[in-house]
Design a protein around this ligand. Structure first.
Ligand code: FAD
Length: 458
């Protein structure tokens, strides 16, 4: 290996870390070691690892995220290197006309799609929406919503895409290590010389990238790391899956992703095994530890193996399903999961050098909408690392941006307040979110019998 290559240590094997590793290795200028705390990769509880994620091409109110999403689909997702993990079902973006934030988001997103010459169809009422579904699909009243259908975009098999990406990292010569939990930074003044693992082993490098997803705030608060961060918080989001029969899976196979941009509810088409996932892109729940920092509580956390979600979310998920596919809302849930976002105040990501160190970069704060950018987020992270950031993102993703946004808006409540329990999600920021954030309480979680449709309190 060339001596002149920069040795990079990447903490976290989710899509932020993996995509950066790919772009670095393809440039030929870096040697990369990726570290993940999990013993199995992709880590089953990483946000990136799931049945599927929505790939919104351009369905953003912010034209720059729209442009980046469109780039991901048009120039990357369909390519053979992603091994068919992307499925172009189209995305239906909806909101009730009475929901100001949601409707504004949908209107701006529609305009951004038009500006990118995407052939989107306006859906002015539930009748227009229903007309986009095949006759053999019984649909509900869509909660009286309106919106548009974007034929470009759809969903990706997210766990498999991460697996494919990590395989490519290894193929390009990157080292990918599981069971390597980082607990400290080796500091020398403003320089970080590498990281320390829980085992005591040191992994040295010229540059350290922390891409630890929703674990980033807890990691940076560890005494061995002690790196200050802007407001970032881990929030647990509710996901549920139902099992369709083979006949139903065939019947619903060609439906688009349906996404309510007002209450955050969304549903995918069934996957090849007939699994249909739905979730709520909302305020989520917090799991504060004794130091006040919220830590993901996942299926790998002792006592949380059942993936239980709050009962209120379970009800919200079924209500959403009833408005779209009433027949399927009569089914039992197969599984549930709490999946964790790393939320920033504004919904923008944090991709920047840490101000206290010369060679420590943070790529986190995904705010629940990073997956669609799997193929191109690494390019943008690498540009930041090489001190040549894309101008349209440089400020938004910078370390000081949330403080500036708060100052300009006058209060945190005017942006997405990530610090207060039960904060109202007042403004969309980079993405639209709904609901009130709550501290997770075991007593609020569903029990197995709640998964049965017959026990649903309607
Ligand atoms: C319910 C849910 C639905 C979503 N839906 C969508 C969607 O439809 N579309 C979309 O675009 N985005 C979606 N997202 C967001 C998307 O999944 C995330 O933006 C993205 O996966 C974040 O990637 P990441 O690499 O930052 O984090 P992760 O994928 O969580 O990866 C972080 C990795 O860091 C590792 N790690 C943590 N701490 C340490 C440590 N101390 N040492 C070593 N390793 C460590 C973890 O084990 C993990 O593997 C969703 C997220 C959730 C939770």
């Amino acid at each position: 290996m060339s001596q002149s290559k920069t040795e990079v240590v990447i903490v976290g094997c989710g899509i932020y870390g993996m995509s950066t590793a790919l772009w670095m290795l393809q440039s030929g200028k870096y040697n990369v070691t990726m570290l993940d705390k999990c013993g199995i990769l992709p880590a089953p509880d990483a946000a990136s690892t799931d049945l599927n994620k929505i790939i919104r091409s351009a369905d953003y109110a912010d034209p720059h995220y729209a442009e980046l999403g469109f780039d991901a689909v048009e120039n990357f997702w369909r390519k053979p290197e992603w091994e068919g993990t992307y499925h172009e079902s189209g995305v239906m973006a909806l909101s009730a006309s009475t929901e100001k934030e949601g409707l504004e988001f949908v209107s701006s997103a529609y305009q951004n799609c038009k500006d990118l010459n995407i052939d989107v169809t306006l859906l002015n009422n539930p009748k227009d929406i229903k007309s986009k579904f095949a006759k053999n699909i019984p649909t509900g009243n869509f909660g009286g919503r309106q919106g548009y259908l974007n034929p470009i975009g759809g969903w990706a098999e997210s766990g498999r895409a991460l697996e494919v990406g990590l395989k490519r990292v290894r193929h390009l010569g990157g080292h990918v290590r599981s069971g390597a939990e980082v607990t400290g930074l080796i500091k020398n003044g403003r320089k970080v010389e590498g990281v320390t693992l829980k085992s005591g082993e040191e992994v040295k490098g010229d540059l350290v990238l922390i891409a630890a997803g929703a674990w980033t705030p807890a990691l940076c608060a560890l005494p061995g790391v002690s790196a200050r961060l802007p407001d970032l918080v881990a929030t647990g989001q509710s996901v549920a899956v139902i099992q369709l029969t083979p006949e139903e899976a065939k019947q619903y196979a060609s439906v688009p992703v349906v996404f309510n941009l007002d209450d955050g509810w969304y549903v995918f088409p069934p996957n090849p095994e007939g699994l249909m996932k739905m979730a709520i892109h909302g305020a989520g729940v917090l799991n504060p530890q004794s130091n006040g920092v919220s830590l993901p509580r996942t299926k790998l956390t002792a006592g949380a193996e059942d993936g239980a979600i709050p009962l209120t979310s379970l009800k919200g998920l079924r209500d959403g399903l009833r408005q779209v596919y009433p027949e399927l809302a009569k089914k039992d849930y197969l599984t549930t999961r709490l999946c964790w976002y790393c939320d920033s105040v504004t919904g923008d990501w944090l991709i920047d050098y840490h101000p206290d160190f010369d060679n420590l970069v943070i790529a986190s704060g995904d705010s629940g909408h990073g997956f669609k950018f799997t193929p191109n987020i690494g390019r943008e992270i690498l540009k930041v690392i090489e001190k040549n950031p894309s101008p349209q993102y440089a400020e938004k993703w910078s370390f000081g941006y949330s403080a500036k946004a708060i100052k300009e808006e006058g209060s945190k409540a005017a942006v997405m307040d990530v610090s207060k329990e039960e904060a109202e999600m007042a403004k969309a920021g980079a993405d639209v979110r709904a609901g009130k954030r709550k501290v997770l309480r075991e007593s609020d979680l569903v029990k197995p019998h709640d998964l049965k449709a017959k026990n649903a309190k309607l």
